[in-house]
Design a protein around this ligand. Structure first.
Ligand code: A3P
Length: 279
């Protein structure tokens, strides 16, 4: 039922504030823009769909709240929430979840852990001014558009460039990450994320191997095998398991012909600018 509703409505796209949005989400985007008030301590995870949002949710959650899941003074180990909850339940989407059927949700009950962490796919230009004007932090993750859903890749320039330009103007507020860099060196990238979030790893934590532990529990292999990520449906009706497909860099080469690659590369260069992609 939910899948049908999602599929049916997702065919109805409209151009809203310069980005493409389905009518199903338009109402919740407007509710979020109208009612949401950011706190200085808030953290926002932003990514274009299929860029690794689920992974970044798990990494940010595990890094920010790591002290809660460490052994306590009696050496009791607290079970990591990722073992029983999907990253989407632990860090919820604003427009795709929290505001979907409720224009004025009680955010206190939505966010059990503090500081609050939310996720969104909304482009920078359409973020509410209370987010832009507050001292909250934004982590943006991008991915090679050829690995992102081919059918929607044409819209990435509107999303990526806004956050890219804003991160260069305001690096203390916006951290711009790349999926490929996370894949290549997760430990350095996690250190970088922790410094940005103001929760740097201590030397002792590094020696204890805490960074590697976080990387492991958030890894594709680990999350994909957990029962919680195999069952149930995401709020829009998409099965949770659909968020874990292959988790590889360059899988596009198994699907695109050389002619398609050439065309896409040319368009990427025109739309994104080669130097911007390589930085
Ligand atoms: P593939 O379809 O290339 O496998 P999103 O979370 O934004 O919807 O992105 C989904 C993509 O991220 C999928 O890519 C999925 O497999 C991959 N992914 C999910 N969890 C991951 C993880 N822990 N590590 C690496 N990639 C992950």
């Amino acid at each position: 039922m939910l899948i049908n509703q999602w599929t049916m409505n997702s065919n109805n796209w409209c151009l809203y504030q310069g980005f493409w949005c389905t009518y199903l989400f338009l109402k919740s985007v407007i509710s979020f823009q109208t009612h949401f008030r950011a706190f200085d301590s808030d953290v926002f995870i932003v990514a274009f769909p299929k860029s690794g949002t689920t992974w970044l949710k798990a990494l940010t959650f595990s890094t920010l709240y790591r002290h809660r899941f460490a052994k306590d003074e009696h050496e009791h180990e607290h079970e990591h929430p990722l073992l029983n909850f999907t990253p989407h339940q632990l860090v919820r989407f604003l427009e795709l979840d929290i505001y979907l059927n409720n224009p004025c949700p009680d955010l206190e009950s939505v966010c059990i852990y503090k500081p609050r962490v939310f996720a969104t796919h909304i482009p920078y230009a359409s973020l509410f001014t209370s987010i832009k004007d507050s001292h909250c932090k934004i982590v943006y993750l991008c991915r090679n558009p050829m690995d992102v859903l081919i059918s929607i890749w044409r819209f990435t320039d509107k999303l990526v460039l806004g956050y890219w330009n804003a991160s260069r103007e305001n690096p203390d507020k916006i951290l711009f990450l790349k999926y490929e860099d996370l894949k290549e060196d997760i430990v350095s990238q996690l250190k970088h994320l922790a410094v940005f979030l103001g929760v740097s790893f201590t030397e002792e934590e590094e020696k204890q191997g805490l960074i590697e532990e976080i990387a492991k529990i958030c890894s594709f292999e680990k999350l994909q095998e957990l029962e919680v990520n195999k069952k149930d449906l995401f709020v829009t009706g998409i099965p949770h398991k659909e968020f874990f497909r292959k988790g590889e860099v360059g899988d596009w080469s198994n699907y695109l012909t050389p002619a398609m690659v050439e065309r896409l590369e040319k368009l990427m260069q025109e739309e994104l600018g080669k130097e911007k992609w390589e930085i």
